[in-house]
Write a protein that binds this ligand. Structure first.
Ligand code: PMP
Length: 403
């Protein structure tokens, strides 16, 4: 497999910024999109644009069959049991809100919710809203000195029989991978509901609902070479069926009168209003793109790139790396010693290098690490050795300028 040829499928990657070719190392924020995804969405708008599930006409029938075919594609992609377990959302954030707020009638004061200390705010704030509504208590699972979730502390917390355990699969800041399969099994053994934020895992790891056996798994299309505005909430049927709907209105009802309303069955019950149809079709094309690639070779390519990135940053000197391990996925978090992350990011941008700088929507993790923020370089399937070498060269010149 020649990965450098893959790049030509991504039109945005062929541009230069001033005199510098674009080096896109911000895939964890959002991935670039292959031509196949862009084409699938414009084809829909050009030929098939209509609302789904509603009209008797042929355009609506075509839109509906394309939209529902993606549900089957996602089901197969993550090896879910039933198509009704796949809910289209606008992204991971909406999906976690849907679950957390949908659990309000199942939790009571004093119930325990265990959270990942390295979580993205999307997997913290909705739980705080739920805790406020119900009187449930939130306890973060602490990190070890290596910035991994502390498994001994986790086992001790499980002895308190939590109602919910919500983890991330891969940290969006550090790229660390949680042993989610084992942690889910341990949580289930004490009767907890389990939710996994897979936003940073879905493009890089094989994600199999039968193997993981969690209750809920979330991801966003835009981080897996698909469009923004579309995400997936997977829920085990019985767990999903018990959630109160977050949004109500059209599509999610069976019968409405001014005396009262009965709700539709899954999946429609949790998909109120006109859905993001073009985005769903784009997501289907993104899955086709991922499945057209040899999985093992992609994994080996991305791991080799990450190792190169970590090693070259270490060699450069004057760099602090955070939670950098061999088994990380997709991202490296770093600072240039003594320099503000934002300054480093701006100076890199002047040489065509796109990295992300800031708190990465993980303020509690930043507090644990004692940081105001950091830079993050992240990789996609289209990343190359040359990207990494250009980045390191640019960082070297930033270092010479600042230090
Ligand atoms: N969780 C993680 C781990 C993420 O990386 C992100 C996106 N940065 C989110 C949740 C939120 O995803 P979205 O903005 O697509 O809803």
């Amino acid at each position: 497999m020649e990965f450098s040829q893959l790049r030509s499928q991504f039109p945005a990657l062929t541009q230069s910024l001033g005199d510098y070719p674009l080096v896109y190392l911000d895939t964890a924020a959002t991935s670039q999109k292959p031509q196949g995804v862009i084409d699938a969405m414009s084809r829909y708008y050009q030929a098939d644009n209509a609302n789904v599930h509603r009209a008797a006409h042929q355009l609506s029938a075509r839109a509906t069959s394309q939209y529902e075919a993606v549900r089957d594609k996602v089901k197969a992609f993550i090896n879910a049991d039933r198509r009704e377990e796949i809910i289209f959302t606008h992204g991971t954030t909406e999906g976690i809100n849907l679950v957390a707020l949908g659990l309000a009638s199942q939790l009571k004061a004093g119930d325990l919710i265990l959270l990942d200390s390295a979580a993205h705010h999307a997997n913290i704030v909705p739980w705080q809203m739920l805790a406020k509504q119900t009187g449930a208590e939130i306890v973060p699972i602490p990190l070890t000195d290596e910035a991994r979730l502390d498994q001994d502390a986790y086992r001790q917390l499980l002895a308190r029989k939590p109602s919910v355990v919500a983890l991330c699969h891969v940290s969006n800041v550090l790229g660390t991978v949680n042993p989610v399969k084992e942690m889910i099994a341990q949580a289930k053994a004490v009767g907890a509901l389990t939710l996994i934020d897979g936003a940073q895992a879905i493009a890089h790891l094989e994600v199999d609902m039968q193997a993981l056996d969690c209750d809920f798994y979330l991801f966003s299309g835009h981080k897996m070479y698909g469009p923004t505005g579309i995400g997936i909430l997977y829920g085990r049927y019985e767990a999903l069926d018990k959630l109160d709907p977050l949004l109500t209105g059209g599509e999610m009802i069976k019968q409405v009168s001014f005396e009262g309303t009965t709700f539709n069955i899954l999946p429609n019950r949790l998909e109120a209003g006109t859905p993001p149809i073009a985005e769903v079709i784009g997501l289907g094309a993104a899955i086709d793109f991922i499945q057209s690639l040899p999985r093992e070779a992609v994994r080996a390519h991305e791991q080799a790139l990450l190792k190169r990135l970590q090693a070259k940053l270490k060699q450069l000197g004057g760099i602090s790396l955070y939670g950098a391990h061999d088994d990380n996925v997709g991202a490296v978090a770093f600072n240039l010693s003594g320099e503000h992350h934002q300054d480093v990011g701006i100076l890199l941008d002047q040489q065509g290098i796109a990295v992300r700088c800031g708190h990465h929507c993980a303020m509690p993790l930043m507090q644990t690490l004692g940081l105001a923020g950091c830079c993050r370089a992240s990789l996609g399937v289209y990343s190359t050795d040359e990207d990494i070498d250009r980045f390191i060269q640019a960082l070297k010149s930033v270092k010479e300028l600042l230090l």
